[in-house]
Design a protein around this ligand. Structure first.
Ligand code: ADP
Ligand code: MG
Length: 239
């Protein structure tokens, strides 16, 4: 009942089986969810004092490795919502090349996500690769160098090209985030998304979709690629 009141107060609606409880503060990430202190330090350093509603509910769901469809308005902090669980994941794993991939429809958005991640990993050896058309030459050319990355931030067309050319190996990826997912699940990008999913061959792949809105036909389609997903909607939603 207390959780229900908390969710209502923050206009969080959630559906699914055994949904993990929301976090009330970023401190809870360290106290109850085993996050390393550097995460809290960097959140404070970059001015993130309190989680936004989407972060409160999406972060615990993602760290329990549940598939997730999350909708919250533009500007509500969806980026940090999916980056926090990725940081938790890559720190507790053996280094094996790309283990988390964030796909974003445009180079500009991918670059913003990359910059956000650079801030959050300040002082840490978490290796993030930004792979877009413009960044291709600088970062991802040398296969030996690529092996050393943990997290990949990219766009659909660039990633499919990298898969086809053997430039990106997604065999160890355990987390796939589609940002602006309503856009990525549209006709223009569906083929690329299919190809990306097919390249993520490791067992137990976790898939998260984040966007401001989600048309119901897209939601239906998304559910066909997911296992027992949790559905989160923050604020009012017209689909
Ligand atoms: P969305 O993807 O939902 O449109 P963003 O992730 O781009 O939103 O975040 C919008 C802005 O809010 C960014 O400037 C981001 O740094 C800021 N922000 C995100 N989370 C928090 C927080 N917990 N506290 C303060 N500012 C935040
Ligand atoms: Mg966003």
């Amino acid at each position: 009942a207390e959780v229900a009141a908390f969710l209502k107060r923050h206009r969080i609606k959630v559906w699914g089986t055994d949904v993990p409880h929301p976090i009330k503060s970023f401190e809870m990430l360290c106290k109850e969810h085993g996050f390393q202190p550097f995460v809290l330090r960097n959140l404070t350093k970059f001015g993130f004092a309190q989680p936004t509603p989407i972060q409160m509910q999406a972060v615990p769901v993602a760290i329990h490795r549940r598939d997730l469809i999350a909708n919250a308005p533009t500007g509500s902090g969806k980026t940090l919502a999916f980056l926090l669980s990725i940081l938790h994941q890559v720190h507790s794993e053996e280094k094996q090349g790309f283990r988390a991939v964030v796909v974003s429809p445009t180079r500009e958005l991918a670059t913003q996500i990359y910059n956000h991640l650079q801030n959050l990993t300040t002082g840490r050896r978490v290796r993030v690769c930004l792979m877009t058309k413009a960044s291709a030459a600088q970062q991802a050319q040398d296969p030996a160098l690529r092996q050393k990355f943990d997290i990949l931030v990219t766009t659909p067309l660039r990633l499919v090209h990298a898969i086809q050319s053997g430039e990106a190996d997604l065999a160890h990826v355990r987390t796939l985030v589609l940002d602006e997912a309503d856009n990525l699940m549209e006709a223009g990008f569906l083929e690329q998304v299919d190809e990306i999913l097919a390249a993520c061959t490791a067992p137990g792949l976790q898939i998260s979709l984040f966007s401001a809105t989600m048309p119901s036909n897209v939601e239906q389609m998304a559910k066909t690629i997911m296992k027992d997903p949790v559905r989160i909607i923050v604020g009012t939603q017209n689909t």
